[in-house]
Design a protein around this ligand. Structure first.
Ligand code: NAP
Ligand code: G4F
Length: 351
């Protein structure tokens, strides 16, 4: 079997490739877009695997997507490629829509024309639920996006349904809640925090002053899981008797503030919160400042530039249908996830 995976240099694409290489005998064609200085760090474990091949393609370029499907004749097409950062989707609404929404139509059209039996995965998002109507959110929750990113993913969802019903394609749009890990991009809040904790603890241990981690809205709640658990769920979604969309989530929700507390606790720092709104700060307790003989003590401060024009305040998923019908079961808890990310970033810290 041949599998096309877009977004291969990103978090989920690389984890999916590792999962498929380990659990199947299939060949993978990992799609990367042309970039002047690509970063292969997430693919280090499989770049030279004989069952893996890197190919060029861009979701905004119909010719490349069409040619890939025509020439490779894939059995599965897993589309993880996206402008995936909600925060900058207001600055780049057209590029976001072209990649995330029109890009999915380009994939579906190529499959319809050249390989109708190819199974297609579309990377949907809990951002589609936006200002949520109820909790926990399940697959029937109304689509109410709050960002150009959320709107682009909602549009992709509609087209996956249209192509499934019009042409009989095996196409699914998984609604995945936030998922993280050691391959997570550094602009996302979890990795920004764990990298920041690593930088700060390194400074403290070397008796050097440090700058705080600057963040936006700490009250938002997210349902966080591990990406490695989720690629297993995606593969199960692609291998049902009939195509059906599912939610993948941890079924728990936590504030950004809770994530920060857990992350500092991993390095034995129990910070003290004080102030409100844009003046809120997390500081080192005095005994640690004195013990380590350092000048700086603010661990986290607010920078309003990280607030968004519109926020998704609460995400909490209901993945029980995926657990019952697909037999999917996540293995990594919230505490394990934070600990794994912090320890990885502390161990791999470079100035
Ligand atoms: P990611 O780490 O940002 O990876 C996205 C990948 O897409 C990157 O490798 C990027 O390439 C590639 N890409 C961007 N524009 C492209 C284009 N025009 N053509 C081809 N490739 C392009 O994201 P992720 O966390 O792995 O997420 C995977 C997918 O799941 C995305 O569609 C995301 O929107 C969706 N999703 C993620 C989450 C989550 O919490 N992680 C939750 C729900 C849905 P470069 O490496 O060149 O930048
Ligand atoms: O880590 P985030 O940027 O992730 P967000 O916006 O929830 O989106 C992620 O999850 C979606 C699924 O729900 C995916 F579809 C999407 O591709 C992506 O993977 O922000 C999480 C929360 C937000 O409420 C944000 O306002 O953290 C808040 N936040 C507070 N300070 C911050 C910051 N986010 C970022 N990125 N940077 C900050 O400094």
């Amino acid at each position: 079997m041949k599998i096309i995976i877009t977004g291969i240099l990103g978090q989920d694409g690389a984890n999916m490739a590792e999962y498929i290489l380990k659990n199947t005998q299939h060949d993978i064609f990992g799609v990367m877009r042309r970039s002047s200085n690509p970063n292969f760090i997430n693919c280090a474990n499989f770049l030279t695997n004989p069952r893996f091949k890197l190919v060029y393609g861009d979701l905004t370029d119909s010719v490349s997507i069409d040619s890939l499907v025509r020439d490779i004749q894939p059995d599965y097409f897993i589309n993880f490629g996206a402008q995936s950062f909600v925060g900058c989707s207001w600055e780049m609404p057209l590029q976001t829509f072209d990649t995330n929404a029109t890009g999915v139509v380009r994939c579906l059209e190529a499959i319809r024309k050249h390989k109708k039996t190819c199974r297609f995965y579309s990377a949907g998002s809990s951002e589609e639920f936006g200002d949520v109507a109820y909790s926990p959110q399940d697959i029937l929750h109304p689509i109410k996006p709050r960002s150009p990113y959320g709107a682009s993913k909602a549009s992709a969802r509609h087209n996956v349904k249209v192509y499934r019903e019009s042409y009989g394609l095996y196409a699914v749009h998984g609604i995945l809640f936030n998922h993280e890990g050691t391959k997570r991009g550094e602009e996302f809040v979890t990795r920004k925090i764990t990298k920041g904790v690593a930088r700060i603890i390194h400074s403290i241990r070397n008796k050097k002053s440090f700058a705080p981690i600057e963040l936006g809205n700490l009250d938002a709640k997210r349902d966080w899981s591990d990406s490695e658990d989720f690629v297993d769920g995606v593969w199960k979604m692609l291998n049902q008797e009939k195509p059906k969309d599912y939610v993948l989530s941890s079924n728990e929700t936590h504030t950004i503030r809770e994530f920060i507390n857990k992350a500092f606790a991993v390095v034995n720092i129990d910070g003290i919160w004080h102030g409100n709104g844009i003046n809120e700060e997390l500081s080192l307790p005095n005994y640690l400042v004195e013990e380590h003989d350092i000048y700086s003590s603010v661990l986290v401060k607010i920078n309003p530039k990280f607030y968004r024009p519109a926020e998704v305040d609460l995400l909490l998923g209901d993945s029980n249908p995926a657990r019952q019908e697909l037999g999917w079961q996540p293995k990594i808890s919230f505490d394990n996830l934070v600990e794994r990310m912090v320890k990885y970033d502390v161990d791999n810290f470079k100035i």
